[in-house]
Design a protein around this ligand. Structure first.
Ligand code: FMN
Length: 182
């Protein structure tokens, strides 16, 4: 597999570990019926098969979308290298299972509040202060891990010197690669 594949994987792994790496945050696209939605999330993990993981609340709009349609797109942008990574894949929703239990056990107590708001994410509230009301028990009832299995990964670098566009397609467990015209 050419260098561009390994470089991309390395940078994505750095995104998991380094809080100021440009790949720490990425955009998630979902669609259901005639609605397309995009939002930023935090890259929490990347496994050896290049599955991506992020955390969310089971009451959120994105989980509603993904329950109806598991097709998902991810967009990463490295502003210094001017590299864009686009991933198309399938999302698996995990709640109250071995995977969520493992991630939940590593979340600092204070951060558990993010998944324990009294008001459901996206619901209308009469005052912004209501955003700071948490359930007494900070449990993992709403904590959700989205695992994204990538089917294609496209990397584009447009840095003014070298223009590279490559498409990786997963065929069973193997990645096949083609160069594309930028
Ligand atoms: C910097 C930043 C990081 C975010 N990280 C997450 C995240 O990891 N998980 C998440 O569910 N929402 C995260 N959000 C909030 C989402 O962008 C979004 O507003 C929220 O999840 C509701 O989206 P939905 O209604 O499409 O589900 C983040 C927002 C920002 C600005």
């Amino acid at each position: 597999m050419p260098e561009v594949f390994h470089n991309t994987k390395n940078e994505l792994e750095k995104g998991v570990l380094d809080p100021i790496h440009p790949f720490k945050f990425f955009t998630v696209g979902t669609h259901f019926e005639n609605e397309i939605d995009l939002r930023s999330v935090v890259l929490r993990s990347l496994d050896k098969n290049l599955n991506f993981y992020f955390f969310t609340d089971s009451r959120s709009g994105k989980v509603f979308h993904l329950r109806k349609n598991s097709e998902i797109s991810l967009h990463f942008y490295h502003d210094i290298e001017r590299v864009q990574v686009r991933v198309k894949g399938v999302a698996e929703i995990h709640q109250r299972d071995d995977l969520t239990t493992e991630f939940w056990s590593k979340i600092p107590e204070e951060s558990k509040k993010s998944y324990n708001s009294i008001s459901s994410p996206g619901s209308i509230i009469s005052s912004p202060s209501l955003a700071y009301e948490w359930r007494k028990e900070l449990d993992d009832a709403y904590f959700t891990v989205i695992k994204v299995e990538p089917l294609t990964i496209e990397v584009l670098q447009l840095n003014g010197v070298e223009h590279i566009r490559a498409l990786f397609v997963k065929n069973d467990r193997e990645w096949e690669m083609n160069w594309l015209a930028p």
